[in-house]
Design a protein around this ligand. Structure first.
Ligand SMILES: [Zn+2]
Length: 314
């Protein structure tokens, strides 16, 4: 009888494991989030059109954008940049988030300037968003810098709560803000082949980051987590986002809204990380500091891109 029960138990466990892995492939989900919108300089350099936004709209790709309103004035033609800003807000595929009017670094500047940055942004974007029937419910910290210590973390969190903002996490990123500098350098210096090499390497690197973060969340939770990918409004993504999305789809990913991703109970977990660095929430949920450091160190790094860029700047 005992043997029989044990066999049944093994079978049951096996069925659950198989169930998870068979179901999980189809259930991979990711929400795409874009920071530092709008990129008025890129908009101007491409004849006042945003290929990134047009791609999103033509694919009906759900995205959340995080706005720095000050970027409208990065070009002389602020009236035209304002149109771009309005197009982003109006898009039915776009959820709107606050990223601080001028992207101030919270740990350095403190709570007063932090609050001003949030409110200045809100004063411009919220009323415009309402015209399109949208709210501005999300906030993402510039640099994902939530404060230098526990006290600062709490001050900002309390303030954001009082303004009904949801702090926006991310799980996967790929240092696209760094890689685009290299990519843009090669493109602007007529070195197309090098630019293409960087683009391809960037896709591989991003997929490696997805694999690595997935390996941690799969192991910890035994299921697929709704991932949140962080990227920026830049030339690299205007040129390579479609390729990245295709590669992700081949891996079984579907694309969901930020609202949907945030329904995953994983985002209710406690954040144990009380420093200023912009690390993934996957690490913030790990209480054991030693284990957290180990996992962070083992992650794919962007050192090769960084080295190549510093060589060019010499
Ligand atoms: Zn940013």
């Amino acid at each position: 009888m005992k043997v029989c029960l044990n066999v049944m138990r093994v079978c049951l466990i096996f069925a659950i494991v198989i169930g998870f892995s068979a179901g999980s492939f189809a259930q991979k989900k990711v929400s795409i989030t874009i920071d530092d919108v709008p990129n008025s300089m890129l908009y101007k350099s491409e004849g006042f059109r945003s290929r990134l936004l047009h791609m999103i709209d033509s694919m009906k790709l759900p995205v959340a954008i995080f706005i720095n309103e000050v970027r409208i004035f990065d070009v002389e033609e602020a009236d035209k940049a304002l149109n771009l800003f309005d197009e982003w807000l109006a898009s039915p595929n776009v959820i709107i988030g606050n990223h601080g009017y001028q992207h101030r670094m919270y740990s350095k500047e403190g709570i007063d300037s932090f609050q001003i940055d949030v409110l200045q942004g809100e004063a411009i974007t919220s009323p415009l968003a309402k015209r399109y029937g949208k709210g501005e419910n999300y906030y993402r910290f510039p640099y994902n810098d939530l404060g230098k210590d526990a006290a600062q973390h709490k001050q900002a969190a309390d303030f954001l709560k009082s303004r009904s903002y949801i702090i926006t996490p991310y799980t996967v990123h790929s240092d696209d803000w760094l890689v685009t500098q290299l990519y843009e350098y090669y493109k602007s210096h007529g070195r197309g082949k090098d630019a293409e090499r960087i683009g391809k390497t960037f896709i591989d690197f991003t997929l490696k980051n997805f694999d690595y973060i997935e390996s941690i969340t799969d192991q910890k939770l035994g299921r697929n987590v709704s991932q949140i990918y962080l990227m920026h409004d830049n030339l690299l993504n205007a040129d390579y986002l479609d390729e990245l999305l295709t590669a992700l789809m081949k891996r079984g990913y579907s694309f969901i809204t930020l609202d949907e991703a945030m329904k995953d109970p994983v985002y209710k977990q406690q954040d144990y990380y009380e420093q200023r660095f912009g690390v993934s929430w996957v690490y913030r949920w790990i209480k054991d500091e030693k284990l957290r450091m180990q996992l962070m160190r083992a992650a794919p790094d962007s050192e090769a891109f960084e080295k190549e860029l510093s060589q060019l700047k010499k």
